[in-house]
Design a protein around this ligand. Structure first.
Ligand code: DLZ
Ligand code: SF4
Length: 509
């Protein structure tokens, strides 16, 4: 006899999940379900689907070994329904209960589905985060501006990470200024740890190839870890081999090196195989032992306890309508190159090719290449949001939407970012080796060879002058434009119009 169902979703694979803590091994039944609705609400990258499904199957085995009864639905099970709620109802009917304990999902869509279900569902807070939603709201309440930096300092104080006698370690809160170095190709640089697929993963890979083989993205080779033990090994490897250079090179991009010093731990963290405490404890340990510089440890800890938690707080604070915001009124369709069609822009081509192969690109590729281009070209932010949610293995809406709608596309009108993250080709030229082998010239500001980022940058600023012209941080940029002569103005705007017309016609850019 089962008294309640305990729901565990594909990104809730943590043994100390609030729903599991509230459940009773002796009387409750854990429900885990591979369902088509979750596999297809956006066209997920096949690697992302395989990661989630294989990690779910491994986690279910761990729960059984830990004494839980688990009702696990495989995607190809006969008689299974399409949705999480459908599976809860089916299991409930079979076991004579309509009571469900869940941990609040990371997406409004599912929260609302659970609320509307004809079941008695208790949604417990997801406390696998440093900051609770109540705590975030209390921090945000009454502030004119929500600045990540101040939130981050609160989280440093709360956790004690990199704190000495109540003060920030090494005398400063933030060492970002040191973290902007370009990088050189280094054949000896370590790579993120790779894992060979075991029998469970191999079975999942066949299933995903069969059901989702038409989605954008390469399924194989598949090398992600799929258990907490593997994720821990990947963390340890990162801390020992790569962390030291993480700070210096975190914004660098190289055609021949997809990962540089990035940890690629976000897919594990965001499905629950690692906790923020575990990661930060390990990173701080390396700094305390004198093995990594402060700018590396601080930069990494800031991403985890600062930025990531701040994104989550905002997503839930802003409500379900956030993903539909479009403050700049952008409506252009997402160009086919985002789904792998050819482009002559080497930076975009490199970022998208590695996205296709790895289901991963690092933050500057996402923000300053694909995100920057979409914003400059005036792409509909809802389409941009859906693309990022689809293609990245670490993308779940609570973290992806504020990064894309807010930070990258300025579609929330300035809640996350105080000014739009736009740049000409100069930034990409400085931080990468992409421009050297590009069909365009980053030095050319006008003319047929001009880098499209150079043309679209000014065109964007002029189009949106009403909104940004009075922003004190953007004044100098507009003054630079005003100093250019009329001929240059025409050449830039005509060049930009030609690029946009090619995009609209579906021609290669
Ligand atoms: C992303 C994903 C995929 C592809 N498949 C499943 C699934 O079959 N079953 C499941 O429980 N969860 C899956 N997920 C993760 C959910 O989409 C995720 O829990 C919600 O989007 C909330 O973040
Ligand atoms: Fe990208 Fe422009 Fe550089 Fe080409 S020249 S790689 S389009 S920034």
């Amino acid at each position: 006899m089962v008294s309640r169902l305990v729901l565990v979703l594909g990104d809730q694979l943590s043994h100390d999940l609030s729903a599991l803590r509230a459940g009773d091994r002796a009387r409750d039944l854990v429900v885990m379900a591979e369902v088509m609705d979750e596999g297809s609400y956006v066209p997920h990258h096949p690697k992302k689907i395989a990661l989630v499904l294989s990690a779910m199957r491994h986690f279910a085995d761990e729960l059984r070994a830990d004494g839980w009864q688990v009702a696990y639905t495989r995607l190809d099970d006969a008689g299974a329904s399409r949705s999480i709620v459908g599976e809860l109802m089916r299991r409930g009917e079979a076991h004579g209960t309509s009571e469900v304990i869940a941990t609040q999902p990371g997406e409004w869509r599912l929260i609302e589905a659970l609320e509307a279900a004809p079941l008695t569902v208790t949604q417990l807070p997801d406390d696998r985060f440093i900051c609770s939603l109540e705590e975030f709201d209390a921090w945000a309440e009454g502030r004119r501006e929500l600045r990540m930096e101040y939130f981050y300092r609160e989280m440093r104080r709360k956790t004690g990470f990199l704190m000495e006698d109540g003060k920030p370690a090494a005398g400063k809160w933030n060492f970002d200024h040191d973290n902007r170095k370009p990088a050189r190709v280094d054949m000896l640089r370590a790579r993120p740890m790779r894992f060979a697929p075991d029998a469970i993963t191999k079975e999942v890979l066949d299933l995903v190839a069969d059901r989702f083989g038409g989605n954008f993205g390469d399924l194989r080779p598949f090398w992600f870890g799929v258990t907490a033990a593997q994720a821990k090994r990947a963390l340890d490897h990162f801390a020992r081999e790569l962390l030291a250079g993480f700070g210096d090179y975190q914004d660098a991009m190289l055609a021949g090196d997809r990962f540089l010093h990035h940890s690629v731990l976000s897919p594990y963290l965001n499905i629950g195989l690692l906790t923020p405490w575990e990661i930060c404890t390990r990173v701080v340990e390396e700094w305390t032992a004198g093995r990594v510089p402060i700018n590396a440890a601080e930069g990494y800890v800031r991403q985890v306890i600062g930025w990531r938690e701040y994104m989550r707080g905002l997503y839930f604070r802003e409500g379900p309508g956030y993903v539909r915001r479009n403050a700049l009124g952008h409506g252009r369709a997402l160009p086919a190159m985002y789904w792998g069609a050819p482009t002559k822009m080497n930076c975009v081509s490199q970022a998208i090719e590695q996205t296709q192969k790895e289901s991963y690109a690092h933050h500057i590729q996402r923000l300053m290449v694909t995100g920057n281009f979409a914003l400059l070209a005036g792409i509909d932010p809802a389409e941009v949001h859906e693309w990022y949610l689809s293609v990245y293995a670490d993308a779940f809406e609570w973290v992806e939407a504020p990064n894309v709608i807010g930070m990258s596309q300025f579609a929330d009108g300035g809640i996350v970012a105080s000014k739009p993250y736009v740049s000409s080709g100069n930034y990409i030229a400085k931080m990468s080796d992409y421009c050297a082998s590009c069909a365009y010239s980053v030095k050319a500001k006008t003319g047929d060879l001009a880098c499209p980022f150079n043309l679209l940058y000014w065109d964007f600023l002029v189009r949106h002058r009403d909104r940004f012209g009075r922003n004190p941080r953007m004044g100098p940029i507009y003054r630079t434009w005003d100093r250019m002569d009329a001929e240059r103005h025409h050449a830039v705007r005509d060049g930009a119009a030609a690029v946009l017309a090619r995009l609209d016609a579906g021609d290669e850019v």
